[in-house]
Design a protein around this ligand. Structure first.
Ligand SMILES: Cc1cc2nc3c(=O)[nH]c(=O)nc-3n(C[C@H](O)[C@H](O)[C@H](O)COP(=O)(O)OP(=O)(O)OC[C@H]3O[C@@H](n4cnc5c(N)ncnc54)[C@H](O)[C@@H]3O)c2cc1C
Length: 444
């Protein structure tokens, strides 16, 4: 540790020790670079976002962490969909995707996963500092200066050659640069808690995520390996704002709007009586990287949790940003091309997923998920997208276009209902207020 006032130096300063920051720090430290990873709180810390994608598995392999994930995670082979308008449940399995080589992912408690990734970065050689909030960053011709404050009030100051913003929804660079934009096409809020004794699927399917639609959005039901189950409602922000009673009662009332879920929770109790709520979090930055800096994971964009893509995008962007930083530091003459590639990577995930996210509450989309058919391999392509297999060479794009065409035909066939859902969605989006930072409200 340097003295309180002296400036410390490093090649890369990474702000934020979540999945994005810890992954980037590990990759750069493994290259022998002097990396400092700064996290404002102490691990293990609570975070929501417990369902991972098969595409994550390859990234954990590259980090050498698959066996750790097998130890802490619960295998997730697919997704169960439950709709109030259908008598049956629909099961989609990742093993039926176009590329069948990674048929599962994991459900993980994020406090455990994030601590593991943070300690892994340290074991790779990064200086990993907890309880230290970066309060200001300034760029100049030679590099970047960062001011930070330790929890006990001690100031720290770094000079770095490169800065990675992995500060999640705090979006420190996007806020500084004024390039954070509310998503005009979407809005989303959530209320959630953890239960014991929830009735899960049986056997091999126990670790699957279940999605229950209800009148104001949808619920997740995520079984964790310690026996607890994470349950959350993702709803329009207006619905959360309509709350006139304590969060816990409001959550119970909301669960009652999804009778099939309520039935699974009949004998369940909330752990520690804790319920969390978070306001509109759908946003993106117009800027992904520039000279000596990159925005990673949620510090760049977040749309909606419905397809469990957040941790994957965060880690995938970290792999891309680590490559970008290495190029910029070692071969500045190639920096412009490297930045173009990183911009493409950062935009691709949110862009490909958003078409599906925006339509997820439309009855026509529900119909396709409840009766999935593999005409011309559209189901395989859809499953590949849901598995996060969008950054490689799996040739899913023609079949995904076909899926979209089938969706529009289904929409036309059910035009009055589909139109009403479309119009309600438009109204709901118009009512959405500004995005809120890391404003998790907790009630016990
Ligand atoms: C309701 C909800 C449900 C979700 N469900 C899922 C899911 O099932 N699956 C999934 O993959 N994703 C899910 N997500 C998304 C997922 O949680 C995020 O996309 C993911 O955590 C992003 O990782 P990150 O590393 O970019 O940011 P984070 O995990 O948020 O990490 C950022 C870190 O930066 C630290 N930090 C912030 N500011 C500073 C500062 N100034 N100085 C130092 N440190 C700082 C924070 O303390 C934090 O630890 C969900 C999101 C929401 C809102």
């Amino acid at each position: 540790m340097g003295s309180a006032s002296s400036s410390e130096t490093c090649d890369v300063l990474v702000v934020g020790g979540g999945p994005a920051g810890s992954t980037a720090a590990a990759l750069l430290a493994r290259q022998g670079r002097k990396v400092v990873l700064v996290e404002k709180v102490h691990h293990p810390r609570f975070h929501i976002g417990e369902s991972l994608l098969p595409a994550n598995v390859r990234l954990f392999d590259q980090l050498g962490l698959r066996s750790e994930l097998e130890r802490i995670g619960m295998r997730k082979w697919g997704i169960e969909f439950i709709s109030p308008e259908h008598a049956h449940s629909s099961f989609l399995e990742f093993g039926d995707a176009w590329d069948k080589s990674v048929p599962y992912a994991w459900q993980v408690r994020r406090s455990v996963l994030d601590e593991m990734l943070f300690r892994h970065a340290a074991s790779c050689g990064a200086q990993a500092i907890e309880g230290c909030r970066v309060t200001q960053v300034d760029f100049d011709a030679d590099g970047v200066s960062a001011q930070a404050l330790m929890k006990d009030g001690t100031p720290r100051h770094w000079r770095a050659r490169y800065l990675m913003d992995a500060s999640g929804r705090d979006t420190i660079l996007a806020a500084k640069m004024g390039c954070k934009r509310k998503n005009e096409a979407h809005g989303s809020a959530a209320i959630f808690g953890h239960f014991v004794n929830a009735r899960r699927l049986e056997g091999r399917l126990e670790g699957n995520i279940s999605i229950f639609w209800f009148p104001h959005g949808w619920f997740w039901f995520i079984p964790l390996s310690d026996g607890s189950t994470s349950v959350g409602a993702v709803c329009w922000p207006y619905y959360l704002k309509s709350r006139s009673k304590p969060l816990r009662e409001f959550f119970a009332d909301t669960i009652a709007l999804a009778p099939a879920l309520q039935e699974r929770l009949r004998d369940a109790t909330l752990i520690d009586d804790m319920v969390y709520a978070t306001g509109n979090y759908s946003y993106a930055s117009t800027h992904a990287c520039g000279e000596r800096h990159a925005l990673l994971g949620d510090a760049f964009a977040f749309i909606d949790p419905v397809f469990s893509s957040g941790v994957y995008f965060a880690m995938r962007s970290a792999f891309g940003a680590a490559e970008l930083a290495a190029t910029e530091l070692d071969h500045p003459e190639r920096a412009a091309a490297a930045r173009r590639s990183y911009r493409e990577l950062a935009h691709k995930g949110p862009k490909e997923f958003s078409w599906f996210i925006y339509r997820m509450t439309n009855p026509s989309m529900r119909e396709l998920f409840m009766h999935p058919k593999n005409t011309l391999r559209v189901k395989e392509a859809l499953l590949s997208l849901l598995a996060g297999d969008i950054h490689g060479s799996t040739p899913i794009w023609r079949a995904l276009w076909l899926f979209k065409a089938i969706y529009y035909m289904t929409w036309l066939r059910a035009a009055p209902t589909a139109f009403r859902a479309w119009r309600d969605r438009r109204r709901n989006v118009a009512q959405v207020g500004p995005t809120e930072g890391e404003n998790v409200l907790v009630e016990r």
